[in-house]
Design a binder for this molecule. Structure first.
Ligand code: ATP
Ligand code: MG
Length: 271
């Protein structure tokens, strides 16, 4: 379990804390979505998960390992994979497979184990056949999938995504979220996804909303999606399908609040 217990954090130069008394837990196999307006503390929370930042107050425990214990930093980094917004910041190799091998090579694994891990990770993100491609020739969506593969090749139990699809087009975004969902629900990773997209909330098992560094909602995604004021406060737009669903519900049709994509609205109307 990845656990935050009353976690607070303040940047040295800031007057107000970026996070204040945040508690939650994430189990393997679970997809937890974290939402909140700009500056609410989402990225700070993400960076506390693997010890990139350590709490000023409270504790972050990864399978019982305290991120504040410097002797555990490496064990924790192996357990928690991180994927950020801009894939260009995460690419280090000159080819796709080199890039993906970078993490496992640093673990000092035997070469055959590295080859196996890279192949498996690239398959997981649908990048078979692109092994020798130069990363700068990939599309933005492919670069982000390579970043996910790089994190997977480390063999993490938990994965933390900080707005991984913010720079992608709609098709790239759909493909990224489908992969992320599979990593939790089929491969059993505990996944924390920071997002500004209400459609991502609809796919999650749990939702956590931050405001001014505090948790203002924790619970079922449907309950968050049903709270229009909270959605607005978190800067989450439900898009044209969300508006359509709202109108259809007003007409008495049984369209769930989580139906935010054309397919799910159609499925609700014609099951
Ligand atoms: N390096 C830093 N030094 C000082 N203050 C910072 C630093 N990084 C973030 N902050 C401040 O901490 C607060 C939380 O920032 P954070 O980046 O965690 O928010 P966020 O929810 O990820 O925002 P966004 O949606 O814009 O990505 C904000 O007030 C921000 O200005
Ligand atoms: Mg952020």
């Amino acid at each position: 379990m990845l656990e935050f217990a009353e976690v607070s954090f303040a940047y040295p130069t800031a007057t107000a804390p970026a996070l204040d008394g945040v508690s939650f837990s994430l189990e393997p196999g679970q997809l937890l979505v974290v939402v909140g307006a700009n500056g609410s503390g989402k990225s700070t929370l993400a960076r506390l998960c693997d010890g990139l930042l350590t709490p000023g107050g409270g504790r972050v425990l990864v399978d019982g390992l305290d991120t504040a214990d410097v002797s555990l930093v490496w064990d924790i980094r192996v357990k928690v994979g991180m994927v950020f917004q801009d894939p260009d910041d995460q690419i280090v190799g000159t080819t796709v497979d080199d890039d993906c091998a970078f993490g496992p090579e640093n673990l000092g694994l035997p070469p055959e184990e590295i080859v196996a891990r890279v192949a498996e990770a690239l398959t997981s993100v649908g990048m078979d056949g692109l092994e020798r491609r130069e990363p700068h020739l990939l599309s933005e969506g492919q670069k982000q999938r390579l970043a996910i593969a790089g994190a997977l090749a480390m063999g993490p139990r938990y994965l933390v995504f900080d707005e991984p699809s913010a720079m992608l087009d709609p098709a790239g975004r759909r493909s990224a979220i489908a992969i992320i969902e599979r990593l939790a629900h089929e491969q059993g990773h505990g996944v924390l996804l920071v997002s500004h997209d209400a459609a991502d909330v609809a796919r999650a098992d749990r939702a956590l909303a931050l405001s001014g560094g505090c948790v203002v909602f924790e619970g079922a995604p449907e309950d968050l999606l049903a709270d229009a004021a909270l959605l607005r406060a978190c800067g989450l737009a439900t898009g044209s399908m969300g508006v359509l669903g709202e109108r259809l519900r007003a007409l008495g049709l049984a369209v769930p609040v989580g139906a935010l994509e054309a397919e799910s609205v159609v499925d609700a109307l014609w099951p």
